[in-house]
Design a protein around this ligand. Structure first.
Ligand SMILES: Nc1ncnc2c1ncn2[C@@H]1O[C@H](COP(=O)(O)OP(=O)(O)OP(=O)(O)O)[C@@H](O)[C@H]1O
Ligand SMILES: [Mg+2]
Ligand SMILES: [Zn+2]
Length: 387
């Protein structure tokens, strides 16, 4: 008896669909190898898309049945492997091939989620601290809040919310955001650092890769219906601004600065970013504004880093954009704010009556007062006159 031809076996394998993707496993790169010996014994190695795929029994059964039908086949030995991250990425690209990327819910015309991009001219001004505290303050007010930590230089948001090294659960092709339970209410968090295949890996997020990561955080993550989404951006301008402008044209920008930063420079960097993105700057938060006097209380401001930086930035941006860019708040220096960040407990939660927590809660209230919904949204109008 002649052994069955490989072509026939391959044709039989091509009749087997992946149960989740509903396409032939041969088209999906899932058939790694096929061998047949002269006695008609066939060995097939099939790669599952993810380890512990719940549908591996189905695949085993279907592959075995299909190959057994080929005349001359005397036996089928099926070996299951798992795709590498690279192979999975290739598969995803293939599945999206030519098609537009998966939809970003926040960019839908009718989306009611307010999206705030927290930007700064330089690092270390308190962007992440402001982000987590605004998020916590809003969650406390009963709002459904999400945070995208898109800071490619350091991912401090998870630590500031006590999430440690938590990784998101992946369900099919959906990524579940990590819930921050240390706060009343709930904040859903995704950090760009969570997308690294391995924690210790150093990734230079740039250009297309950064763009893909941002899109993934926005479209592959199951956010549900959020009232507010915060994006903690890397400092300065760059690739991320272009990506954001393309994918989230309705995001609005909150600029964080300190009193001693050069107003012109902050306005230049953060403002250029906003105009590149055609996004509105809703206001400026001046952080580390002053040290409340330990003797007299917060009325006596010890202006350790100078004064008026936030106002100057706001003034420069107002002039540049031709609309009012207000100072949303002045956040005092507070040791407890830093400690709260280190401990994973935002100060608006742990010490709500401290001057810093009050100022942050005030900013959150101002932003909330702008409401959920379409008001103030950029509705895709021409960006003319806004740069
Ligand atoms: N108002 C404040 N009072 C005291 N400490 C603060 C205040 N704001 C921020 N800090 C501390 O300053 C440091 C930098 O803050 P944070 O990480 O929020 O800044 P960032 O702009 O996100 O920095 P990076 O550029 O590194 O992402 C942190 O240790 C934080 O706890
Ligand atoms: Mg940060
Ligand atoms: Zn004093």
């Amino acid at each position: 008896m002649t052994s069955p031809a490989l072509e026939q076996i391959n044709a039989a394998l091509a009749t087997v669909n992946d149960p989740e993707i509903h396409r032939p496993i041969t088209d999906l790169g899932m058939v790694e190898s096929v061998e047949v010996d002269e006695r008609g014994a066939v060995s097939v190695r099939v790669l599952l898309t993810v380890a512990g795929c719940p549908l591996k029994e189905t695949i085993t059964r279907d592959v075995t049945a299909a190959v057994q039908k080929v005349p001359g086949v005397t036996g089928v030995a099926l070996d299951l492997g798992v795709m590498s991250a690279e192979q999975r990425a290739g598969l995803q690209d293939q599945l999206r091939g030519g098609q537009p990327q998966k939809e970003i819910p926040f960019a839908r015309p009718g989306s009611l989620t307010k999206v705030y991009a927290i930007a700064s001219g330089k690092g270390g001004v308190g962007k992440s601290s402001v982000t987590v505290n605004l998020a916590a303050a809003m969650a406390k007010q009963g709002r459904r809040v999400g945070i995208v930590d898109a800071d490619i230089y350091g991912h401090s948001v998870p630590a500031m919310l006590g999430l440690g090294d938590a990784r998101p659960t992946q369900v099919q092709d959906m990524i579940m955001p990590v819930p921050a339970r240390a706060v009343s209410g709930e904040i859903s968090v995704i950090s760009i650092g969570m997308l690294k295949p391995r924690r210790d890996q150093v990734v230079a997020w740039r250009g297309p890769m950064l763009d893909r990561a941002l899109v993934q955080m926005l479209s592959d993550v199951f956010w549900g219906d959020l009232d507010v989404l915060f994006l903690d951006l890397p400092p300065g301008t760059g690739d991320i601004a272009i990506s954001l402008g393309q994918h989230l044209p309705n995001a609005e920008v909150v600029v964080v600065t300190t009193p001693q930063e050069a107003a012109a420079e902050v306005a230049e960097r953060a403002g250029t970013m906003a105009s590149m993105m055609h996004q509105r700057v809703v206001g400026v938060v001046e952080n580390m504004s002053f040290l409340p006097c330990p003797h007299c209380g917060p009325e006596h401001r010890l202006e350790v880093f100078g004064a008026g930086g936030g106002r100057r930035v706001a003034g420069t941006l107002s002039g540049r954009f031709g609309y009012d860019v207000p100072v949303l708040g002045e956040i005092p220096l507070d040791l407890a704010l830093r400690e709260g960040g280190d401990l994973g407990a935002p100060i608006v939660e742990s010490l709500p009556d401290s001057p810093a927590a009050r100022a942050l809660t005030g900013v959150a209230a101002t932003l909330s007062g702008r409401g959920r919904g379409l008001a103030g949204m950029q509705l895709g109008l021409s960006p003319a006159g806004r740069s």
